[in-house]
Design a protein around this ligand. Structure first.
Ligand code: NDP
Ligand code: BG6
Length: 524
């Protein structure tokens, strides 16, 4: 913790991004004026995720009000106070509203200014640049003079990324007089980044002409989740797992995302993308990379991302018989969804990794909307014990489950002796439930961590261009077939487990359900 109580690291070894040289590592003060610009400030993501994450960082002392100003930008014509009032509702919503908390919100909102302008003309951006420059001059009175760090968060539809990036480059670059003062301009972009391999590559090329790769932060918010961040530690800091984590011991792996609500309010967006582009090609595939990758040379972002790319490049083409698509009954009743929509709201896709560690192990990626529950988890099922003298396979296999949400937990399902006089076996678990084990320790929101990483210049939890390309390469052929209507979804009932065919596919992949055992989450 730096002096003055601010948790922002005051000195960090940073790449000299503006020079574009990967080798020019310099040590610069990670301090001075920081302008955070939220483009699309009137949108859903901005109000639900981006601004609340910024508030939480502020509340915890990571954004120093003497150095930081926040700018909202969108086409909607509203005043500073109107934006603040809208945001206040989201920041207060469902939270304890002690006088101290309310005061913190008010102080935070005072850091925010709003600029209205279009995304395709320079006029609004010149105004934005003037507002940022004016605030920098004001802040230089009590911070590092000449410093300028500018973070542009594009909470916008990807269609406007290229024109917006171009205008930022023309009108709004940082005005730092010297790199030694820590000046930079960084761009944060959201998913979906493209719709297929070609469009993603085109988008990457367009943005790549304007900004160097170290300046571009492609967010996948699953990489900011606590238990996703724990995966490398679990795998590489525990001797226990090292010899087990391979095809000799693991039978199958599931990475599952379920939501118990439909596409309410987002039908128009969703119908263009579908569940594979919305969840599987990015969130679940990123989790797969961390589960399957080899040990990186070090924890440097490039070393980690090198290993993730290798996994993606080792994925074999997806087979038709290893895909089940679904669409929930009633999805097309949404007025923003076409009556003949073929868009899947559910998919199970098996990926196979062609390498020494994983050959023969199915990675079952499953995601669905309007299902019976909300959860995201990784389920690693081990093989049967050879020569089992207890004859207990029928009850269940060992499983290691990492529950990403809700109620973060990891547990290992084990066969143990049933307590008592008889020599019989039951399934039990080694349970690490976070709420119980880490009582009172708040688990940060994914967006909080990731925004803090962008400020600190840490790219580890962001998606590199070649990683994105490899991810699209895996799914593009299947997506094109779905888009062309060659692959039809099965209907399923909202509130169900999804199409029955998905469970049949899972069974064919070798998954053996445990019988007579239910994990009951511990209560506090
Ligand atoms: P919105 O549809 O709410 O759009 C965000 C802003 O973009 C709006 O405030 C609007 O601002 C502007 N905008 C909308 N349509 C257009 C258009 N056709 N041309 C130019 N500008 C437009 O998106 P979200 O906030 O829901 O999401 C933003 C991004 O984040 C998207 O890429 C989305 O996929 C992604 N995302 C969203 C999540 C969520 O929970 N909502 C979660 C994860 C990612 P104005 O009209 O005022 O200028
Ligand atoms: C977003 C998807 O990326 O992730 C949404 O666009 C989905 O459709 C959301 O609801 C889920 O995020 P989380 O963090 O609630 O699992």
């Amino acid at each position: 913790m730096a002096s003055g109580g601010w948790a922002v690291e005051k000195r960090a070894s940073l790449r000299n991004e503006e020079s574009g040289s990967a080798n020019s590592l310099i040590t610069v003060p990670e301090t001075g004026c920081l302008s955070i610009v939220v483009l699309g400030a009137s949108g859903d993501l901005a109000k639900k995720k981006t601004f609340p994450a910024l508030f939480n960082l502020y509340r915890q002392g990571f954004l120093n009000p003497e150095e930081v100003r926040i700018f909202g930008y969108a086409r909607t014509k509203i005043s500073d106070d109107e934006l603040r009032d809208r945001l206040r509702g989201y920041l207060v919503h469902g939270k304890a509203t002690s006088a101290e908390y309310v005061e913190k919100i008010s102080n935070f909102l005072q850091l925010i200014k709003y600029v209205s302008g279009s995304y395709d003309s320079e006029e609004g951006f010149r105004l934005l640049d003037k507002c940022i420059s004016d605030s920098e001059h004001e802040l230089w009175k009590h911070t590092v003079e000449g410093s300028s760090r500018r973070l542009f968060y594009l909470a916008l539809p990807p269609s406007v990324y290229p024109p917006v990036c171009k205008i930022i480059k023309n009108c709004c670059m940082n005005k730092s007089f010297s790199a030694a003062r820590g000046g930079w301009t960084r761009i944060v972009v959201e998913k979906p980044f493209g719709k297929d391999l070609d469009s993603a590559e085109r988008l990457s090329a367009q943005i790549g002409e304007l900004f160097d790769e170290p300046q571009i932060y492609r967010i996948d918010h699953y990489l900011g989740k606590e238990l996703v961040q724990n995966l490398l530690v679990l795998r590489f800091a525990n001797r226990l797992f090292l010899p087990l984590w391979n095809r000799d011991n693991i039978d199958n792996i599931q990475i599952v995302f379920r939501e118990d609500f439909g596409t309410e309010g987002r039908g128009g967006y969703f119908d263009e993308y579908g569940i594979i582009r919305d969840i599987i090609q990015n969130h679940l595939l990123q989790v797969l990379c961390l589960v399957a990758m080899e040990k990186p040379v070090s924890l440097k972002p490039e070393h980690i991302r090198d290993e993730k790319v290798k996994v993606l490049q080792s994925v074999l083409p997806i087979k038709d018989e290893e895909v089940v698509l679904g669409q929930y009954d009633g999805y097309r009743d949404d007025p923003t969804v076409p009556d003949n929509s073929n868009t899947p709201t559910f998919a199970t896709v098996i990926l196979r990794i062609h390498n020494e560690r994983w050959a023969g192990v199915p990675f079952v990626l499953k995601a669905g909307k309007a299902l019976e529950s909300r959860k995201a988890e990784i389920r690693i099922q081990f093989k049967d014990v050879p020569g089992d003298i207890f004859r207990c396979q029928k009850q269940g296999r060992n499983e290691f489950v990492i529950r990403l949400q809700p109620l973060e937990a990891m547990y290992i399902k084990l066969t143990v002796k049933q307590p008592g006089l008889e020599m019989s076996t039951i399934q039990s678990e080694l349970d690490l439930s976070y709420r119980q084990r880490y009582q009172g320790v708040p688990i940060p929101e994914a967006y909080e961590r990731l925004i803090l990483d962008t400020i600190r210049g840490d790219q580890q939890h962001f998606v590199r261009r070649d990683e994105l390309k490899a991810a699209w390469e895996i799914f593009t052929p299947l997506l094109h077939r779905i888009d062309n209507g060659e692959f039809k979804p099965n209907q399923y009932k909202p509130g169900s487990r999804g199409p029955a065919e998905a469970d049949q596919l899972l069974e064919r992949a070798g998954y053996v359900p445990t019988h007579g055992y239910v994990w009951i989450p511990p209560t506090l």
